[in-house]
Write a protein that binds this ligand. Structure first.
Ligand SMILES: Cc1ncc(C[n+]2csc(CCOP(=O)(O)OP(=O)(O)O)c2C)c(N)n1
Ligand SMILES: [Mg+2]
Length: 391
C-alpha cells in the first residue's frame, strides 16, 4: 500500500466514493486520483514555467519532463515519508510528491531572493532532508555513490528507510554510476536505482549509449534484481518501484528499475531537437502521452467521472496561478547574499594571496623586486607596466 507523503496528503486528498472494486496495485481510489493530481500539477507547473521563460522571467535554462510525468510521479509515490530520493532535472514530479511546493519551484527558476537557494541556483537543484529529497548536482551519475552512502547509514543505524536514486540513460555510462551501484550492491544497501530511459542523453540516442539490449540487463553484472516497466504507465511504474522498495526495506539490498519513456522536449528549452528523426516526437505525443493514457484508464476501466477529473484540473490551475502570483512578488536576491552561507564566518583561514587584491598580489607574489625586472617604486620594467594597465 502506498504511503502518502508530506505535502501530498493535504493537496492530494481526493473526496470520492468508491464505485467499484477495481484497485490496481492495491491503490485506493483516493490514491488513484492523487496520482492524476501529481501528474497534472507537474505538467501545468512546467507549462507555466515555459510562459515565464518566454517572458524572460525564468533566468536560467528550463528543463522539461514533458512525457515523463508518470515515471517521476509513479516511482516517488512508492516511497514512504521517511524515505529519501535523489532527483534529477526531469524529476519535478518526484519532488512535488515528496513535498516540494510550486511556489518554491517558481522562485527557484526565477532566481528570487527568498527561493530555497536564494537565487544562487536557477532550477530544481535544491534539497530538503526533512522532506526526503536530496539537492541534486550536475555531474551525471554522481548521486549514485552519494545515495549509496546515504542508504548505508540507514543500514548501519538499523533504520527501516529506503533510498531511491534516479539516473538517465546517459548517466549509466559514467564511472560514478558503476562504482556507486557496485558498492551499494556489495554492502546490501537499501537502495533503488531507477534508470529513466527516455531515448536521449542530450543529442545522443540510446543506441549510441550502450550496446546492451536494455539497461536492466546490467543488473546481472552487479548481482542484483532488475525489472523493466513502461514508464508512461503510472500504475506500472508505481508497482515495479514498490516491489524494489519493499525488497530494499526487507533487507534484500539494491534493485535496478528501468523505466521506458521518451523525452518529448529538447535537453532544455534552448535545444531545437534537430537531431530527432521527423515524426518521432509527434508519434509519442499522439499515442503515448502518460497523462492522456491515465485519464482514459481512469474513465473507462476505473470508472471515474468527468467531474472528478475536471475538479482536479481546476484545483491545479488555481494552485499554480496562486503560486505564480506569490513568486512574482518575491524580491530579487540581495547582492551580498551571494556570500551568505557559502564561506565560514569568520573565515577559518587567511584568504589566499590572489584573493587579496590584484595590485598587492602582483607586487608581492608575481614579480618580487629582487627579480630585477620590476621596480614597484617607479613602475619601470615590463611587469610593472602590466600591473598598472590591469588596474
Ligand atoms: C559527467 C557528466 N558529463 C556530461 C555532462 C553534461 N550533461 C548534462 S545532462 C546530459 C545528458 C544527460 O542525459 P541522461 O542521463 O540520459 O538524462 P536526461 O537528460 O535524458 O534526463 C549531459 C551530457 C554532465 N552533467 N556530467
Ligand atoms: Mg536520457
Amino acid at each position: 500500500m502506498a504511503t502518502r507523503v508530506t505535502g501530498g496528503a493535504k493537496r492530494g486528498a481526493a473526496r470520492t466514493t468508491p464505485r467499484n472494486d477495481v484497485h490496481p496495485a492495491g491503490l485506493t481510489r483516493a490514491q488513484l486520483l492523487e496520482l492524476y493530481y501529481w501528474m497534472r500539477l507537474t505538467r501545468t507547473l512546467e507549462e507555466r514555467l515555459v510562459a515565464l521563460y518566454r517572458q524572460t522571467k525564468v533566468v536560467g535554462g528550463l528543463f522539461r519532463s514533458l512525457g515523463q510525468e508518470a515515471d517521476a510521479v509513479g516511482s516517488a509515490f512508492a516511497l514512504r515519508r521517511e524515505d529519501v530520493l535523489s532527483p534529477l532535472i526531469r524529476n519535478l514530479g518526484s519532488m512535488l510528491v515528496k513535498g516540494a511546493t510550486p511556489v518554491e519551484i517558481l522562485r527557484q527558476y526565477m532566481a528570487k531572493g527568498d527561493s530555497p537557494t536564494r537565487g544562487r541556483e536557477l532550477n530544481i537543484h535544491f534539497g530538503d532532508t526533512e522532506r526526503g529529497f536530496i539537492g541534486q548536482i550536475s555531474p551525471l551519475g554522481d548521486m549514485v555513490p552519494v545515495m549509496a552512502g546515504v542508504t548505508l547509514t540507514f543500514k548501519m543505524r538499523g533504520e527501516a528507510r529506503v533510498g531511491l536514486v534516479y539516473v538517465g540513460d546517459g548517466a549509466t555510462s559514467t564511472g560514478a554510476f558503476h562504482e556507486g551501484i557496485n558498492f551499494a550492491a556489495v554492502q546490501r544497501c537499501p537502495l533503488v536505482v531507477v534508470i529513466e530511459n527516455n531515448g536521449y542523453a542530450y543529442s545522443t540516442p540510446t543506441r549510441k549509449q550502450t550496446l546492451a539490449q536494455q539497461f536492466v540487463d546490467k543488473a546481472i553484472g552487479y548481482g542484483v534484481p532488475g525489472e523493466q516497466a513502461d514508464g508512461n504507465d503510472v500504475i506500472a511504474t508505481y508497482e515495479v518501484t514498490k516491489r524494489a522498495v519493499d525488497r530494499a526495506r526487507a533487507g534484500e539490498g539494491v534493485s535496478i528499475v528501468e523505466l521506458m519513456s521518451y523525452r518529448r522536449k529538447g535537453h532544455a528549452e534552448h535545444d531545437n531537437q534537430s537531431y530527432v528523426p521527423p515524426g518521432e516526437i509527434d508519434k509519442w505525443a499522439r499515442e503515448n502521452d502518460p497523462i492522456d493514457r491515465y485519464v482514459a484508464r481512469l474513465r473507462s476501466e476505473l470508472s471515474f467521472g468527468e467531474a472528478e477529473l475536471t475538479e482536479i484540473d481546476a484545483r491545479v490551475r488555481h494552485e499554480v496561478d496562486e503560486a505564480t502570483e506569490i513568486a512574482e512578488q518575491s524580491p530579487a536576491p540581495e547582492p551580498l547574499d551571494a556570500l551568505v552561507g557559502v564561506y565560514a564566518e569568520p573565515a577559518a583561514e587567511v584568504p589566499l594571496w590572489y584573493r587579496r587584491g590584484k595590485r598587492s598580489a602582483v607586487e608581492t607574489n608575481e614579480r618580487p623586486e629582487g627579480w630585477g625586472t620590476f621596480s614597484s617604486a617607479n613602475g619601470s620594467g615590463k611587469a610593472g607596466q602590466v600591473a598598472r594597465e590591469n588596474d
